[in-house]
Ligand binder design. Structure first.
Ligand SMILES: CN(C)C[C@H]1CC[C@H](N2C(=O)N(C)Cc3cnc4ccc(-c5cc(Cl)c(O)c(Cl)c5)nc4c32)CC1
Length: 336
């Protein structure tokens, strides 16, 4: 391991930088007690400046999100100079690069990924969050072709719930909904659906439906809702895209309709509905994991259970979540 930050000493080994995004550096780390790899997002508070509230928002949002298609936050460490977010490691990087390497995906492969995106978005909307920056750069791949949604720095949890309007124009222009770029009030959930349409188009075509170097021209293209339909798109794919890329948000398909849309559920057994429910029952703790930790730390199971029930996103929370993740992968639930 390279020089580590004293705040992590003994808890995490730090390895090289695996990516950087704006005001953050992301390094590969290893959680000492379990030996599991993690991604460590490191931010300098001074550099953050007035972006600090955005990070606080991302941290609070991620603490309340536990889903198989949302990147899991394991621990937050704050010193007077830095903030460290210990995150679920996604070895196969951004979906963006995955598409670029292949030019474009087949309809079946696009469906495999789009289903997971629908699951993640249905889940975060159910929890009262709109992401507002859905794009292939914010969808990472783990080593099992599972997508993990990241970057909740722009997400919104409208005070009055998901049916109250937002104003801030944000996100990436090419993925932004017409009502959002027209400066109108908009519903976060409807804007996310539009972005999912742009995303699905990028998966199926390998380029963007609305694109232009001149931002004003780009905006006009988005507001026209007109986009090219290459000849390799099937009828059903074109129909799916049309229902997502509806300029009028009231005519746009909803995430609830998407969950059982024939294009999304194609080739699944009839009982299949998109796995939008979280596999994490964060409320009940897993006895085997609690016991393993109690023994290793030398506390009673009752005391260990009480500590973990606080969900304080300290080292204990990280150890529990990483142990639980190992158990899901039917790996040994043993600590170093
Ligand atoms: C361009 N983006 C806005 C940032 C970029 C930073 C590196 C990251 N990465 C990579 O680029 N690999 C190539 C490896 C990699 C592996 N695991 C990761 C696990 C989590 C994250 C992550 C990063 C940020 Cl900035 C977050 O806010 C969250 Cl919630 C999660 N990034 C990871 C990551 C991909 C995204």
């Amino acid at each position: 391991p390279i020089k580590s930050y004293c705040a992590l000493d003994g808890f995490y080994e730090m390895y090289d930088t695996i990516g950087s995004g704006g005001f953050a550096k992301v390094k590969l780390g290893v959680h000492c007690l379990t030996g599991e790899k993690v991604a460590i997002k490191i931010m300098d508070k001074k550099q953050l400046g007035d972006d600090l509230p955005r990070i606080r928002l991302e941290i609070e949002a991620m603490k309340s999100l536990s889903h198989q298609n949302v990147c899991k936050l394991f621990q937050v460490i704050e010193t007077d100079a830095k903030i460290f977010m210990i995150l679920e490691y996604c070895p196969d990087g951004e979906l963006f690069d995955y598409i670029v390497e292949r030019d474009r995906l087949t309809e079946d492969e696009a469906r495999h990924f789009f289903r997971q995106i629908v699951a993640a978005v249905a889940y975060i909307h159910h929890k009262g969050f709109a992401h507002r920056d859905l794009k292939p750069e914010n969808l990472l791949l783990d080593d099992d072709q599972q997508l993990k949604l990241i970057d909740f720095g722009l997400c919104a949890k409208p005070k009055g719930g998901m049916n109250s309007h937002l104003e801030t124009c944000c996100g990436s222009p090419a993925y932004a909904a017409p009502e959002l770029i027209s400066g109108k009030c908009y519903l976060g959930s409807e804007a996310d659906i539009w972005s999912m349409g742009v995303l699905l188009y990028a998966l199926l075509c390998g380029y963007l439906p609305f694109d232009d170097d001149n931002i004003a021209v780009l905006y006009r293209k988005i507001q026209s809702g007109m986009y090219e339909k290459p000849e390799w798109l099937s009828e059903s794919s074109m129909e799916m895209l049309d229902q997502l890329l509806q300029v009028d948000p009231k005519r746009r398909i909803t995430v609830a309709q998407l969950l059982h849309h024939p294009w999304v559920t194609k080739d699944c057994n009839p009982s299949y509905n998109v796995q939008w429910e979280s596999i994490y029952q964060t409320k009940e703790l897993d006895d085997e994991c609690v016991t393993e930790m109690a023994v290793s730390i030398g506390k009673s199971r009752k005391a260990m259970h009480a500590i973990l029930s606080d969900w304080s996103y300290d080292y204990n929370t990280a150890t529990y979540l990483l142990l639980w993740k190992r158990k899901q992968l039917s790996k040994s639930v043993r600590l170093m």
